[in-house]
Ligand binder design. Structure first.
Ligand SMILES: C[C@H](O)[C@H](O)[C@H]1CNC2=NC(N)=NC(=O)C2=N1
Length: 95
């Protein structure tokens, strides 16, 4: 697994405005807001199943209707193509 190339990360971020780079580490994060907790948790459940299949897991938190997600790849200590793959999947589920 390689780190994401400078070109690929630039393109991904331009095409996926939900995601922004995190200060101080090579990671990206996004915040999603739902009508209620059940919708937020359903979103998380779909992501959890996909993450487990990919063996690639998000850092995340949930407070009622809000879900905050940070993606990075521990194995490369930074962003990799797995992060953009999972982020693109997450965006398709997003409200
Ligand atoms: C042992 C296991 O395969 C690894 O720790 C996997 C699990 N999930 C992971 N998730 C993320 N985000 N990065 C990893 O490098 C990673 N590695």
């Amino acid at each position: 697994m390689d780190k994401l190339s400078a070109e690929d990360r630039k393109r991904f971020l331009a095409d996926h405005p939900n995601w922004t780079l995190v200060d101080g580490r090579d990671a990206m994060s996004a915040s999603f807001r739902f009508e209620n907790f059940i919708d937020a948790f359903g979103f998380m459940t779909q992501i959890a199943l996909r993450a487990e299949k990919m063996d690639h897991h998000p850092e995340w938190s949930n407070v009622y209707n809000k879900v905050e997600i940070t993606l990075t790849t521990h194995d490369v200590d930074g962003l990799s193509p797995r992060d953009t793959e999972l982020a693109a999947f997450i965006d398709k589920l997003a409200p």
